[in-house]
Every structure is written in C-alpha cells, then in structure tokens.
Design a protein around this ligand. Structure first.
Ligand SMILES: C[S@@+](CC[C@H](N)C(=O)[O-])C[C@H]1O[C@@H](n2cnc3c(N)ncnc32)[C@H](O)[C@@H]1O
Length: 704
C-alpha cells in the first residue's frame, strides 16, 4: 500500500473510528466483548467483490453489524487464526491459539501514514490515535491497520516488528517459539520510562524472577517507538549525546500538539485498557477476519473507494510465507549482513571449547543421580553493588525541595517547559520527576514546572535568569515546592509519591547479594568458567603474556529465567576465550576483555551466527545476555566496553587495587544510574592456591 491519500480507506476507516469511539464509551460500563470487536472489524472491511462467488451475495451490515447474507467461500486474511482477548488492565491483545514457531510472519500490516503536520494540526495525539501511532519516517506517524495496533507491550517481547517505509507496511515476526495461549507482544520502547501507561505483564510473564537488572535505555534509532511520550516523561530519559537528544526532541516536538494559540499542550492520557476493561479475561475467540465479515458501503461515493480495493491481492498472494506460517528467508540480523565469509582477517574463526562440566548431572536432567547435596564443594560469589543500588537503598520516602514555576495560563507552558529543560538538562537529581505537575485547586488548573534544586540558585538569581531567557516569564516568581526525592519502585509508592508530584516508575527487582541461593547447577557451571580462565591465564603467563584471561558464553538455557521481564534469550552456542596480548601485540588496547569482545564480534559476522534473528528491536548487541568470566576485575575501559556490548554478568577472581571498573576505581560501572545499561558483577569468594595467585599477579601500572 502506498501512502497516497486516495489509497487510504477514508470512508470505512472514518466510520470505523467514529464507531469505535462511541463504542468505547459504552464499553466503559459494560466491558468489552469479542462480539463488539467483531462488529468493529467488520466496519473496516472493504467490499472486495472479486472474491465473492455469487453476485447475489451483496453484503449489508445491519446496525448490529451482522451480515444479512452468508458468503460461501471464506477468504481468511488471518491464516494463523489468532485470537483477540481482552485483558482487564491491558485491554485487547493478540493471543496464539496454537504453537507458533519463531520466525513466523504474523502479519504484514498496512499503515496509514500521517504526516507530522497532519498529526499536529489534527490534534491526533490527543485522540485515541495517540496511543496507537508508530513513529514513521520524516517525523510522521503510522497507524497500523489489522493486528498492528493490537499488540500489547512487553519488555521481553516475542514478536519483532520491522517498519517498511517503502511500502508503508509493518511486518510482525515471532522472535521466539510461541506457546499455545501465549500473548503476542512487541516492545514499544526498551526504555520503559517512556511508556505512557502503567505496565501490566502478569499474564504475559507469569513468573517474575528477580534475577535481572533491566537496561534503562537502548539506542533510539533501533527501538520500536510508539509516539506517546509525555512532555514530562521525555525528561526522564538519559542525556545521551546531543545528536540523539536533538533527534528525540524533534520527534517529541513532532508528536506534540498545540492549542489554538499554537502553544504546546499536554497530551491526554487515554488508556484504551480502561475503556475496555472488564473484570475477567474473556475466553479466546478467533478474530473474524474472513470474507464473510466483508462489508462495504453501498453508496456510489463509497463504491469508488471500494473499487480501488478490488484489485487488492489476497493476503496469501502478497505474502506467500503467510500461508505456510513460516518465513523461509529471515530478515538479516542487525549486526551484519555477511553470510558467506568463513574467515576474519585471514584467520579461520573457531569456537573455543565449551566449559567442562557435566550439565546433565548438575542440572538433574540426566537419568543418573544429580549433584544435589554437593553445594559445599563450591565457593560462593559476592555481588558487587554499584552506586545505582546504593542510591536506591537510601530513604525511599524521602523528599527534597525544588524551585518550581507555577501558573494557570496554559499559553505559558511551552516557554516554561523549554526554560526548565535548558536549566535542568543535566541534573541527575531531578531525573525521576515528571517535569510538569498539574493540579486542580479551587476549580482552577494550576500548572507547576520543575525548575531546579533549591540549593542550586537563590530566588533573585533564578528570577533574573528566567527574565533574560524570556520576557514572557518575567512576571512569574519561582517558588519552593517539596517533591519526592526518588522514583517509585512499587505501585503503592507510585500512588503515594505522585500525590505529591508525578514521578517515574522504575521497579527494581530484589537481587541477592551472594550466590547462596543459586541452584547447584549454576554454581557448578560458574565454577567451571572460573577454572577455565585461571587455566587460560596460566597458559598466557607461560607464553610471556600478562596473566589475564577471559571466557564469554551464554548461560545454559536450563538457568534462563522463565519468561522473566526484560530477559532476552542469548545467542546459544556463541562463545569465545581470550587472554591479554598487550605484550605480544605490543599494543596498549589488547586487554583480555576487549580481545574477547572482538572475538565475539568476529564470530557474529560469519555463519551460523549471521542467521540469527534479533530477539527484540534494538537489543541485539554484541554480548546481549552473555556471561563473561575473567581472572581480574576489568579496567574502566573494558568495563565500559562490556557495558556497551550489553553483557549480562561478569564473574571475576581478583580485585584490582585501583583502576578496576567495579570497585577498584570506586566507579561501579556495572550499576550506575547515569549509564544506559546495568549488569551483574560477581566476585569469586573462594580459595585460589597460593602458587596460582602468585603466578597471576602483575603490575597494574604496566605501560605497554
Ligand atoms: C497499541 S494499543 C494496544 C492494544 C490495546 N490493548 C487495545 O485494546 O486497543 C496500546 C495500549 O494498550 C495498553 N497496553 C499495551 N501494553 C500494555 C501493558 N504491557 N500493560 C498495560 N497496558 C498496556 C495501553 O493502554 C496502551 O495505551
């Protein structure tokens, strides 16, 4: 479908939307039913007469949306027969009626492309569409037809989407094997602070393991964006470089709406889930996408619209894959498009040996007895906390004082917000606060805007900065307001804190401080990783290298958190080992961890690793969900490289007295709120024999 307006389903589409809005009001009271939904979809169908076997089968939709005559040959455009089910908090969602293999094309949904101008002038963000738009090319918005708009959000999605600007469609492809009855979800944004609704994932992810620290922000270019980023929510994101910030601002600007005076206005938060809420999840019903649901207006104006549809090919002719349900040619992975090369830099790439441990024995999957009861044979690991966690532990109910700007005239909002952004752009202490707080007081809406920490400016200084910024603000006086000093970690906190001032919602899982609760199999696996790097480091030493070694691999699937929120399955089979080669290469950057990351990067450019579909948009980094074992605490540079590669966890043996990226430097790079990924750092707390210890010592200040 192209974006030409004549090709868009104006007539039926408009009616469908009008109807849908009217219906939503009713649904508020009576709940949402699939029958309603069937009716709604019927409104969107076109009268494709070429598919009708009998001319007598003219179709009329009664006010109940019922077809008055039957169509003999159903023409399913939803060959997977997916179910639409309404959930009490998420609203409608798409569910699998049967097992669906990874890589299956669910739908290639046509998109109505709305230009930035149309979106703004039509105040579409204020309408129900505001919750449905996909960011599109040139700051436009795409409203996905078909199933596109019905996928709910999950941060561990099982469906990827690929926006195809050239033909204005979006492809939805399963990224995992889907179980019968599972909800199909996409990831709206990897940065959940950008979501405009309170997320509910229980049914999607029934087990909520506590083993994962969720990355706070992914690269924007790769994300699947929905448009609905609130003015104030926008301000919660990390400052990650001018270019991205500008891009984000542009996008934000594009999706903002203005009032009649051209002033920016706050977008209405309209959650379809509340409109569609019902007390129970309804029993699954197939979405009635078949010919017998086709309905079309019979007026001459509408038949011209309808006739432009008659040439529309059937779904199976457009998407041959859809008929089998399996895509034969997967989209290329994000990291590389190479498919043939077998060697890198003239070297043949070989996978390093697997870790030496009896997986079946230690995980209890073997027919013979398991390793249960042998826990004492393994040393413990201590988790190294970063500043993020220490900050989180500080008084959760605390408040602080900030300067705010208070006014009732909505026309001041834009200038006040711009000023606020300029003033507080880099102040981490304000990041958890929504920038705007609106309250109704004495029948008047009062708008308060975050300005700065009270400790930063005196009132007169602030007033004069403000006046010189814009004369529009000169008659306002900053006032002091008490606000929560941290984000909300639970729904209760969210309620309590937002009562004072709206804050961001950042649930943090409780993470154990040591390995005492690990299953014995994980202890055995991690111990084998530690043994491997100690032995690699001794070998390196014997060759005259610095005695530092690393080994990177995926955690065995047995230990993967089951459907845990935020867990991205690693690339199985991908593994590499390395040692420090600063001496032999006479190169200052050949640190063991960097060498290991490079090997993984090299491997990912050759088959079979090029064949892997990214598990979620924007999340397929070099070391996504991989674990790294290393003899020594990595230096600051290596820690940053590991962070950028999105490593999941690092196990190490020896601390560095200084320069180490975890505790040696005091920087705690593994868990900082001002960095866009967090990972676990585990320190080996067991014994290493004295001779090995001695052999693996090196001068930390070495200059190569
Ligand atoms: C694109 S629509 C998805 C379909 C929507 N559930 C419906 O019934 O129309 C986006 C809206 O779905 C709801 N939603 C999606 N994912 C959700 C989640 N994980 N938790 C809560 N609500 C969710 C929010 O109300 C959001 O505004």
């Amino acid at each position: 479908m192209n974006t030409d307006r004549d090709d868009t389903p104006t007539e039926s589409g408009d009616r469908g939307l009008t109807k849908s809005e009217t219906r939503s009001k009713d649904d508020d009271v009576k709940g949402y039913s699939l029958d309603d939904n069937m009716q709604q979809h019927e409104m969107f169908q076109y009268n494709d007469t070429s598919d009708l076997s009998s001319k007598n089968q003219s179709i009329e939709v009664s006010s109940q949306g019922q077809s008055e005559s039957q169509i003999s040959e159903p023409h399913p455009i939803n060959p997977l027969n997916l179910h639409l089910i309404s959930h009490p908090s998420r609203g409608r969602g798409v569910f699998a009626p049967t097992i669906i293999p990874a890589g299956t094309l669910i739908e290639e949904s046509p998109v109505l492309v709305i230009t930035q101008r149309e979106w703004e002038e039509g105040k579409m963000n204020n309408s129900i569409l505001g919750s449905y738009g996909f960011c599109w090319r040139d700051s436009g918005m795409g409203i996905g037809l078909g199933l596109a708009s019905l996928f709910n959000h999950s941060s561990s999605p099982n469906v990827n989407f690929i926006r195809q600007f050239s033909n204005s469609t979006i492809k939805f492809i399963t990224s995992k094997n889907i179980e019968k009855g599972e909800e199909l979800c996409i990831c709206y944004s990897a940065d959940e602070s950008k979501l405009w609704f309170v997320k509910s994932d229980q049914a999607v992810n029934p087990t909520n393991s506590q083993d994962e620290m969720v990355s706070s922000e992914e690269e924007e270019g790769m994300e699947g964006f929905f448009s609905k980023i609130d003015l104030d929510e926008e301000d919660l994101v990390n400052e990650d470089g001018i270019a991205q910030k500008k891009e984000r601002e542009k996008r934000l600007e594009a999706s903002q709406t203005r009032d009649v005076n051209g002033q920016l206005i706050k977008r209405k938060k309209k959650s379809t889930s509340s409109l569609l809420s019902s007390t129970n999840i309804q029993s699954p019903q197939p979405i009635p996408f078949s010919n017998n649901a086709i309905a079309g207006p019979s007026t001459s104006a509408s038949s011209s619209t309808a006739s432009s549809r008659t040439s529309t090919p059937s779904s199976s002719s457009i998407y041959p894959e859809a008929s089998s349900g399996i895509i034969t040619s997967l989209p290329p992975p994000l990291h590389s498009t190479k498919t043939e090369s077998k060697s890198i830099d003239g070297r043949y790439m070989e996978l390093t040996d697997q870790l030496d441990w009896d997986e079946e024995y230690w995980t209890g999957t073997a027919p013979y007895p398991t390793g249960e009861g042998r826990e004492d044979e393994f040393a413990e690991f201590i988790r190294i906390k970063g500043p993020a966690e220490r900050e989180d532990e500080v008084d959760q109910d605390g408040t602080m004082e900030i300067w705010t700007l208070e006014f009732t005239d909505p026309r001041l909002t834009r200038t006040a917000l711009d000023f606020s952004k300029e003033l507080t752009a880099t102040d981490e202490r304000l990041r958890h606060l929504k920038r705007v707080c609106r309250r109704k007081e004495n029948d008047q809406e009062i708008c308060r805007i975050v300005l700065a920490m009270v400790t930063e400016y005196g009132q007169s200084t602030l007033q004069s900065i403000m006046t010189s910024y814009s004369p529009t603000l000169s008659h306002l006086t900053p006032s002091v307001h008490t606000v929560p000093s941290s984000s909300a970690k639970t729904q209760e906190q969210m309620k309590a804190k937002s009562h004072i001032w709206p804050v961001s919602f950042q649930p943090t899982p409780i993470i154990p401080n040591d390995s005492s609760d690990w299953p014995i199999g994980r202890k055995a696996w991690v111990t084998s990783g530690i043994k491997r790097v100690l032995s690699l480091a001794l070998q390196a030493k014997s060759k005259g290298e610095l005695p530092i070694a690393a080994y990177c691999t995926a955690q065995p699937s047995h230990f993967w958190p089951k459907k845990e929120e935020g867990f991205i399955p690693p690339t199985e089979g991908l593994r590499a080992s390395s040692n420090d080669t600063r001496i032999s290469d006479d190169h200052p950057l050949r640190h063991s961890a960097l060498n290991c990351i490079k090997s993984i990067a090299d491997l990912r450019t050759i088959p079979p690793f090029t064949e892997i579909t990214p598990t979620r948009n924007g999340a397929d980094y070099l070391l996504t969900s991989l674990s790294l074992f290393i003899t020594h605490e990595p230096c600051v540079m290596c820690c940053m490289a590991l962070l950028h590669s999105r490593v999941k966890e690092v196990f190490y043996v020896f601390d560095r007295s200084h320069g180490g990226g975890f505790s040696g430097s005091g920087l705690g790079i593994n868990a900082r709120n001002d960095l866009n990924h967090k990972f676990h750092a585990w320190k080996y707390d067991g014994r290493v024999d004295e001779r090995t210890k001695e052999l693996l010592k090196f001068d930390e200040d070495i200059q190569v």
